[in-house]
Structure formats: C-alpha cells, structure tokens
Design a protein around this ligand. Structure first.
Ligand SMILES: [Zn+2]
Length: 252
C-alpha cells in the first residue's frame, strides 16, 4: 500500500472527493492524512475522516491562517483541538508551524512561534504526531521542536537543504517528499542520499505543482521516483514507507 502523508481533501468538492477516493483505492493508496488549514477545514476534515476510514484528519491551523485569529478565537480553537484530538479519526496535529515568507513583520512571527509551541504541547500531551510546515524558517522550526521536546514529527516537504535534512535525523524526525521531486533535480539529488527509513511520501493535493492538479493517487508517482533514484524495486520503497507511516501514525 501507498500512503499520502499530507494532503488537503477538505479543499475538494463532494463529487471531486468521491472520485479522488475511488481512484486512490484503485491505485493502492491505503491511507491519507488530510491536514487542516483554516478553522472550517478542521471541521470538514473531521467529517470526511468520520465518513471514510481510509482518511485520517490532522487538526491544526496553517501558520498564515492562524494570524487572522484574535485571542478569543484562538482559545476557542484550542478548546476544539483538545476536545477532538484523541478521536480515532484524528491521526495528528497539523498543518502547523512557521511561514516567514508571507509574514515578515516581527510581531506576526512571534505570534506564529507562540502558537507553534502550543501545537507542539498538544502533540506531546496527546502523543499524536505533529505535521510541520516551515518556509523561510526551517532552521527556526527545528530549534523550537527541540526546545519543546517534540518526539513524533513529520516535516512536510522538507527538502530544501541537505544540511537541515541531515539535522532532522539527529532528532529522529521524519520528512515527507512530494510532487516537486518529479521535476526538481536538486531535490532529486538530496532524496537520493537521504535514508529511506525516515522518509514518507505526500502530494499536498489538490494544491497545484506545475500544470497538473495532484490527487492522493499521485503519491504513486513520488514513490516510483524515489525507487528510481535509489535504484530499488518499487516494492522496497513501498514497504519502507509503509513501515515509517505506521511507526509515526500508528495502526489503522
Ligand atoms: Zn499542505
């Protein structure tokens, strides 16, 4: 089986979702982690995961979305997360973290850091992994995860620097690689030398990469590319990824 460790099924319309799940099943995609961004997306992902056992929800706020929340709204959001995190439909905290590309103002960055620490605490207390987004703040994200003692970590699309990728191994974190692997030769080189036992596959679907709209079934293309780069049969990349997925997200 193949596993899409990071997608956004809440962004699909109902007919698109039905079609995506049918195709994913046909291609051998066993499970998908649908990450939340806005507050409404948390409710929708929970609803999808309740209806479809192959989908698990990750609860959280995308760092840019979180900036729009006032203190009262944040308190309400965290009450909701604490109330729902232990549910079996919920596999993780996510997509949370730091995004300094779209937030250059110091105050906003500090707010992101404060919330990131709260989400790490939620992950530690619930013993559910945290799916981390970090852009223009990858080093900072690793530092904060260490400071807060985060244990089960998946760094989403964390393929920009060999040095930082190596650093994640020292903390026993996992990284996920997505659709940019298909076209970006630098990412291909980094993945070729990254150990398979800390690697997961993702699509970030339905977010677009180039011309085509990715879907969870596209995770197969990522898996095939990883196998090719590592000179391995596809089945070997598949079983390593399955083992990693279970280690991080637990059994179904
Ligand atoms: Zn995402």
């Amino acid at each position: 089986m193949f596993y899409d460790s990071h997608c956004h099924l809440d962004m699909l319309s109902k007919p698109e979702l039905a079609q995506a799940l049918t195709c994913a099943k046909k291609k051998g995609v066993g499970e998908m982690i649908s990450c939340s961004t806005s507050f409404a997306s948390n409710e929708r992902n929970l609803e999808i995961a309740t209806l479809h056992s192959e989908v698990k929800a990750a609860l959280g706020l995308y760092p840019i979305d979180a900036l729009g929340f006032n203190e009262e709204q944040l308190t309400r959001a965290f009450d909701f997360f604490k109330k729902n995190i232990a549910r079996k439909e919920v596999a993780a905290v996510g997509e949370v973290g730091l995004d300094y590309k779209l937030c250059v103002n110091k105050e906003e960055q500090e707010k992101q850091v404060r919330l990131f620490r709260k989400f790490i605490a939620l992950s530690n207390e619930s013993k559910k992994p945290i799916v981390v987004h970090s852009r223009f703040a990858q080093r900072q994200a690793l530092t904060i995860l260490s400071e807060e003692g985060a244990k089960k970590v998946l760094l989403h699309s964390f393929t920009d620097s060999s040095k930082l990728m190596k650093q994640t191994l020292e903390s026993n974190f996992f990284i996920s690689v997505g659709m940019n692997l298909l076209r970006d030769e630098e990412v291909q080189k980094r993945i070729a030398s990254f150990p398979l036992d800390h690697l997961l596959f993702e699509t970030d679907s339905p977010i677009r990469f180039g011309e085509e709209k990715a879907l969870p079934e596209s995770v197969l293309l990522v898996a095939e590319k990883v196998a090719q780069l590592k000179n391995l049969p596809l089945a070997e990349a598949e079983s390593a990824q399955e083992k990693n997925f279970r280690k991080l997200f637990g059994s179904k």
